[in-house]
Design a binder for this molecule. Sequence first.
Ligand code: SF4
Length: 409
Amino acid sequence: MGAGCTGGYEVKYIDEFQDPELARRLLDDIHAIVTRPWALMEVCGGQTHSIIRHGIDQLLPDGIELIHGPGCPVCVTPLEVIDKALEIASRKDVIFCSYGDMLRVPGTGRDLFQVRSEGGDVRVVYSPLDALRIAQQHPERQVVFFGIGFETTAPPNAMTVHQAKKLGIGNFSLLVSHVRVPPAIEAIMQSESCRVQGFLAAGHVCSVMGTGEYPPLAERFRVPIVVTGFEPLDVLEGVRRAVRQLERGEHTVDNAYARVVPPEGNPAAKAMLADIFEVTDRAWRGIGVIPGSGWRLAERYREFDAEHRFSVTGIDTREPVECRSGEVLQGLIKPHECEAFGTTCTPRTPLGATMVSSEGACAAYYLYRRLGTTSGAVIPSGTATMAARTSGSAGSTSEPAPLEGSPVV
Ligand code: SF4
């Protein structure tokens, strides 16, 4: 990682982006700027985890609220697509490949782990190219890769379809549920219940797509949008720049993650996306259909579309009535305000995807906080926080319970 500039403080190595002294100086800057309450949304689940893990929200001035956004790819994959995955993975002729996080995401009544325990050939892979390799090794079987996620994970999936076509691997297909951030920001701002006054945009998404899609949104909704990274100092710098704009009455796009995000993004990845995918309306779990918010395979690659290949129909989806993840994903409630949080819903017995995913807000609150639930139960404490370190208290050093599966970004 190259040298970066965080609030005028030069840092070079990753652990310096967690330095409590630099964090204290950034916090002092934020406290000096703020004159009134502001509500900011961090778009990405990775940022949410950094905020909760390090206690950043507890260090900000009173009245600065961080609303957790819908940027967790596992969480927003619609139930109907999960149920289609379960149907396809149950077929005898199929090897179903997925990142590990998806195996515990509840569909209607079961998950991919259960399909595997019932004899389905469900395999955890770390790249879509692993799935393509499996397809080459097993020409007699159909190999399906579960292609979910934001603009960050779409390019390798697009590249894999490109390779499959080039190599003539006809037994490979992709179950696609890709989503795009800018239409989600638009939908959030158009919601009647929206309280968001500024955004911390997801840095890794912008490293692919650049920043060009955001100025029209900042202008139309008169909100500052600050491209922000994931380490504690990155988040604090994003907050500092967003609050500074709000206090000045400004609403521009500001790149606070320039060490990773060039304004134009990654032209090669964008060209690959434009070739393989086309924009489509997409349902977000717990939120509903957002126009133009997804990608599907373009017509000329339809032969690699698992939905097209397996024609899975007759899906009858049922969400658990007690799960309020839709409200969590829209920032309308905090996870511990859900009655099931920490009682009937835990990472080991998740009712919703936001408790499963390594980027889900419910999992973050469960792993890193000691919070009384609405039913009076108390959940375990998490790791030592930056809040503890900057305030000089010992904090907890107990390790959080690990989530199973590999991270999906
Ligand atoms: S705590 Fe569990 S039941 Fe409640 S919203 Fe989160 S995932 Fe759903």
